[in-house]
Design a protein around this ligand. Structure first.
Ligand code: NDP
Length: 277
């Protein structure tokens, strides 16, 4: 077992979340248990899945196979786009718990706001009840814009613990991150490596050479120093170990600024204001 220590980030509801983990989007269901087991062996203690990834069962099996105790692993899942609405959200979580083989998740998120459906406020009420029933230790959202977050705060008074958003050097989301800071919301960065798109290029190559690290490690370290929670996906045992090995070096201010210079406002995924699921 690895001895790497990943820092915890505090959540507004009083709990904590490991700042680094594994995302399992696009890992085939049949491969997921083994990748999760490998990751836990390499020191990962935070797993990010979703109902729409269809691999929650593999996540549960991987945890069970690993020998790591359930309470030592932070598991996030997300509500499917076709399960918005109060009753659907409650029932959808029951399905997740069954597939994951657990009686609680650490974090339950609304995956997309789907503003065209206009059901995210009712869905959020369900997540509040799930929190009170202790079936989720924390609740949050994903892909929410400031207008959606404002509406949740105004209508429910309950602020999400996290907002999981597309965030990487090509899309740095300064405005949304500032909103999160102002409201005590933890920023989670999805596609932290821009699905690998960001890794080529002279700026990262230079920093990689300076620190004797890979371009992926430089980008992940940049996220950590910004305070983002990250869970890069890899299904490859070597890259799993490479990605978590970022807690024994630091980027200086100039290094950080040179990565800031890569911002291009470029999304790799859908625009949350118009995405209809
Ligand atoms: P990432 O930015 O994590 O990139 C993953 C890609 O990069 C894979 O092709 C992987 O290949 C490759 N890769 C990983 N590590 C390295 C490395 N060290 N060197 C070179 N290539 C590498 O993209 P994801 O879209 O998977 O995002 C991560 C997680 O974010 C998801 O798994 C999911 O949990 C979450 N997410 C959430 C969304 C949301 O709407 N809330 C949307 C999208 C993602 P390989 O496997 O071969 O190593």
């Amino acid at each position: 077992m690895s001895t790497i220590t990943v820092p915890d980030v505090e959540l507004a509801n009083g709990g904590t979340i490991p700042q680094f983990g594994l995302g399992v989007f696009q890992i085939p269901p049949d491969d997921t248990a083994e990748v999760v087991r490998e990751a836990l062996e390499a020191g990962y203690r935070h797993l990010d899945t979703a109902q729409m990834y269809r691999n929650e069962k593999g996540v549960g099996e991987g945890v069970a196979k690993s020998g790591v105790a359930r309470e030592d692993v932070f598991i996030t899942t997300k509500l499917a786009n076709d399960a918005h609405g109060y009753d659907n959200a409650i029932n959808a979580l029951e399905g997740s718990l069954q597939r994951l083989g657990t009686d609680y998740v650490d974090l339950y998120l609304i995956h997309w706001p789907l503003p065209g459906k206009d059901l995210y406020p009712a869905t959020w009420t369900a997540l509040g009840d799930i929190l009170r029933a202790e079936k989720a230790r924390a609740i949050g959202v994903s892909n929410f814009q400031p207008a959606h977050l404002d509406r949740l705060r105004e209508e429910s008074g309950v602020v999400p613990s996290v907002n999981q958003i597309e965030l990487h050097p090509l899309l740095q989301q300064e405005e949304l991150r500032a909103y999160h800071r102002g409201h005590g919301i933890v920023t989670e960065a999805w596609s932290p490596l821009a699905q690998g798109e960001v890794l080529a290029g002279p700026v990262l190559a230079k920093l990689a050479e300076k620190h004797g690290r890979s371009a992926a490690q430089i980008v992940l370290r940049w996220h950590i120093q910004l305070g983002n929670v990250v869970f890069p996906k890899s299904a490859n045992a070597e890259r799993l170990r490479e990605n978590i090995d970022i807690f024994d070096f630091e980027l200086d201010d100039e290094d950080m600024r040179s990565i800031t210079g890569l911002d291009a406002g470029r999304r790799t995924g859908p625009d949350p204001d118009t995405f209809a699921g």
